[in-house]
Design a protein around this ligand. Structure first.
Ligand SMILES: *[C@@H]1O[C@H](CO)[C@@H](O)[C@H](O)[C@H]1NC(C)=O
Length: 255
């Protein structure tokens, strides 16, 4: 009498667990997405080990709602019609994220991303008004941002605490908001004339280990990611203050 009801209960429990638990699917390989059918193959993946290239496609939407871990990189380049790129559940990417030259792209959603192993590059996506990286706290190498003509207030990396190499942010920014605990090896900041270099160097020099370069009154010519800044750019060596102070101390001790 008791046995069947117990097994029924177990069956019911098993069914409800399988209904609730999200599908786990590991995918491995290099995914060279050229069209909707290629893209559909990676939609079920919760984990990808390999490279995802979405370049020169006619996709309008690239939504990977299941993806949580990418052991590899993702490059989304030159997609003329792409409007949305969303990886809302991703938490870790070991390699590079590059999103460049997507003229219609208006939504970039990496809502859960916390750790990025290599570099984040966002360039020439002129329709983006507010990319979404609210949790990103660590970038192993560089952050390169340029050519987002709609963004006038740079505030979309609020949790960023560490950048291993250079944080290079270029735009007609009237304000730049960064986490007060951020540390970067170098910084390059290009702003509009409303936000001058005097204020930028005052605010952000304490966050750099090595050099901070600044240029105000950005125009198009100076907005190419990673390019050399024009004459008139200001460079502040972060350690200058320390060196000056120690020279004075040595002079004082010599007396
Ligand atoms: C600064 O970063 C930390 C850790 O990433 C985060 O908890 C905190 O909320 C951030 N501060 C602001 C003002 O966003």
């Amino acid at each position: 009498m008791q046995l069947p009801s117990v097994s029924l209960l177990l069956l019911a429990a098993a069914l409800s667990v399988s209904a609730r638990a999200p599908e786990k699917q590991k995918c491995e390989g290099n995914f060279n997405i050229k069209n909707d059918d290629d893209f559909a193959k990676i939609v079920p993946c919760s984990e990808i080990k390999g490279k995802v290239f979405i370049d020169h496609t006619k996709l309008t939407e690239a939504d990977l709602p299941n993806l949580q871990t990418l052991d590899g990189c993702i490059k989304v380049i030159s997609n003329a019609e792409l409007e949305t790129l969303a990886l809302p559940r991703i938490t870790t990417i070991t390699g590079v994220v590059e999103i460049s030259n997507n003229p219609q792209l208006s939504t970039i959603d990496f809502n859960g991303l916390q750790v990025l192993g290599k570099s984040l590059t966002l360039t020439a996506n002129p329709s983006v008004s507010s990319p979404n990286f609210p949790e990103l706290s660590s970038v192993g190498e560089n952050v390169l941002v340029a050519g987002e003509t709609k963004v006038t207030n740079f505030n979309y990396l609020p949790a960023l605490q560490s950048v291993g190499k250079t944080m290079d942010i270029r735009g007609s920014f009237d304000t730049i908001s960064l986490n007060s605990t951020l540390k970067a090896k170098n910084m390059v900041l290009v702003s509009s004339s409303k936000l001058g270099c005097a204020e930028i160097t005052k605010n952000w020099t304490p966050m750099v280990e090595d050099k901070l370069k600044c240029f105000e009154k950005a125009d198009k010519a100076h907005l190419t990611a990673g390019s050399k800044l024009p004459n008139g750019a200001i460079t502040v060596q972060a350690s200058t203050g320390v060196i000056a102070a120690s020279v004075m101390l040595i002079a004082y001790l010599a007396l």
